[in-house]
Design a protein around this ligand. Structure first.
Ligand code: NAD
Length: 321
C-alpha cells in the first residue's frame, strides 16, 4: 500500500493536474462511467465534530475509494486546520487497499478546479471582470484557478466579514490584477464571472443585482440549509452542476427545488457540456449558474493523480499491508 502524506501534496499536484483530473471525472460521470455513492455526514456528538464519507467508483480510470473527514471547530486552537480529510483508494480488481492520501490541500485544489472547469465551458469568452464573494481559506484557490480560464483584467470582491478582504486583494496582486472591494449591486452589474465560496445560510446575491451574460459558480453550498444566492436568480439561470442529486438536496439548487420553482430535469450535469452532448451557454445574454456541490469522485480523481505523481517522483511511502 502507498501512503502520500499531506506535506507532500503541494510538491506533487498543481492546478493543471487538478483541472485535468476533475474535468475528466465530470465527463465520466455524465457518460455513466463514474458514479458517486450516497454521502454520509453526521454530527458525532464529540468535539462538536461533523464527520462523514464521500465515495464512488470511476470505471474509466478504475478510481475506487472514499474521502473521509469533516469539520472539527476546535482544531484552530490546537494549531490544526478545522477541515480535515483523508482519501483512501482501493484496487478495483481485488478490493485491496491501494493508497492513503492526505486530503486537505487536495480538497481545495479539486474544488477550485471544479469552478474553473465551469468557467472554461460556460463563461463568455470575452469575460473581463472576476467577482469574488467570500474571502475564506478556499477563496484564494478559487481566484487563482479562475484567473487561468479567461483574460481577466480586474477582480471585484465582497465578503460578509469585510476585514477578510485583504486576502483577496493580496491574491489578486500576486496575479497582477487590480482589486476593488465593492457592494453587491456593483458586483452583480460589473462582474462577468462571479464565484461564491462562503459558509452562508442566507442568500447573498439577489436576482435583480446580476446583469445578463454573467456566469456564476456557487461553490460554498454543500450542506442542507446553506444558501448563497436568491432562489429567483437560480430560477432565471441556465443551471449546471457536478451531480444533479446533490445539487437538488445539498447544493445551491436545493431551495429552488424544494419550493417547486426548479425541477431536477432543469439541472444539467457539467459533464454533458464537456462531452458536447449539451451545448452549454447558447447566448451572450443568458445567465449560467454552476452549482458546485463537491463530489467524492473529484477527491478520488485528484488523489489518484497524486499517487501516480508520488510514485513517479519517488516520494510515495510503500508499506506492506
Ligand atoms: P472559511 O471558514 O475559511 O471562510 C468562510 C467564508 O464564509 C468567509 O468568507 C466568511 O466571511 C464567510 N461567511 C461566514 N459566515 C457567513 C455568513 N453568515 N454569511 C455570509 N458569509 C459568511 O471557509 P472556506 O474553507 O473558505 O470554505 C467556504 C465554504 O466552502 C464552506 O461553506 C465550505 O463548506 C465550502 N466548501 C465547498 C466545497 C465544494 O466542493 N463545494 C469544498 C470545500 C469547501
Amino acid at each position: 500500500m502507498i501512503i502520500v502524506p499531506e506535506k507532500e501534496i503541494a510538491g506533487l499536484l498543481g492546478r493543471a493536474e487538478a483541472f485535468e483530473a476533475v474535468e475528466n471525472v465530470f465527463a465520466a460521470m455524465a457518460s455513466g462511467q463514474a458514479y458517486n455513492f450516497p454521502v454520509i455526514r453526521e454530527a458525532i456528538g464529540h468535539a462538536d465534530a461533523l464527520y462523514g464519507f464521500k465515495s464512488g467508483f470511476d470505471r474509466s480510470s478504475l478510481a475506487l475509494g472514499l474521502k473521509s473527514g469533516g469539520y472539527w471547530p476546535g482544531n484552530a486552537e490546537k494549531g490544526l486546520t478545522n477541515h480535515q480529510s483523508t482519501v483512501f483508494l482501493f484496487d478495483a480488481d481485488t478490493g485491496r487497499a491501494r493508497a492513503v492520501v492526505g486530503g486537505n490541500l487536495l480538497t481545495a485544489l479539486r474544488t477550485a478546479a471544479a469552478s474553473a472547469v465551469s468557467i472554461k465551458h460556460l463563461a463568455r469568452k470575452d469575460a473581463k471582470v472576476l467577482g469574488m464573494i467570500g474571502a475564506g481559506h478556499q477563496s484564494t484557490f478559487q481566484m487563482r484557478a479562475a484567473a487561468e480560464q479567461r483574460d481577466f483584467d480586474k477582480v471585484l470582491g465582497w465578503n460578509f466579514h469585510p476585514e477578510m478582504l485583504s486576502r483577496l486583494e493580496e491574491t489578486a496582486g500576486e496575479l497582477g490584477l487590480p482589486f476593488e472591494s465593492v457592494d453587491l449591486d456593483r458586483m452583480g452589474a460589473e462582474a462577468d464571472v462571479i464565484i461564491s465560496i462562503t459558509s452562508s445560510f442566507d442568500p447573498i446575491l439577489m436576482a435583480h443585482q446580476v446583469g445578463p451574460g454573467t456566469h456564476i459558480a456557487c461553490m460554498g453550498t454543500d450542506t442542507k440549509g446553506k444558501q448563497e444566492v436568491d432562489v429567483e436568480l437560480v430560477a432565471g439561470a441556465t443551471l449546471f452542476t457536478d451531480e444533479v442529486a446533490q445539487s437538488a438536496t445539498i447544493g445551491e439548487c436545493q431551495h429552488a427545488v424544494a419550493k417547486g420553482i426548479v425541477s431536477r430535469d432543469n439541472i444539467i450535469e457539467i459533464g454533458a457540456v464537456i462531452n458536447a452532448t449539451h451545448p452549454g451557454r447558447t447566448s451572450e445574454s443568458e445567465i449560467t449558474l454552476f452549482d458546485g456541490t463537491g463530489v467524492g469522485l473529484q477527491d478520488l480523481a485528484v488523489a489518484s493523480a497524486a499517487v501516480e505523481l508520488a510514485i513517479r517522483k519517488g516520494v510515495a511511502i510503500e508499506v506492506d499491508f
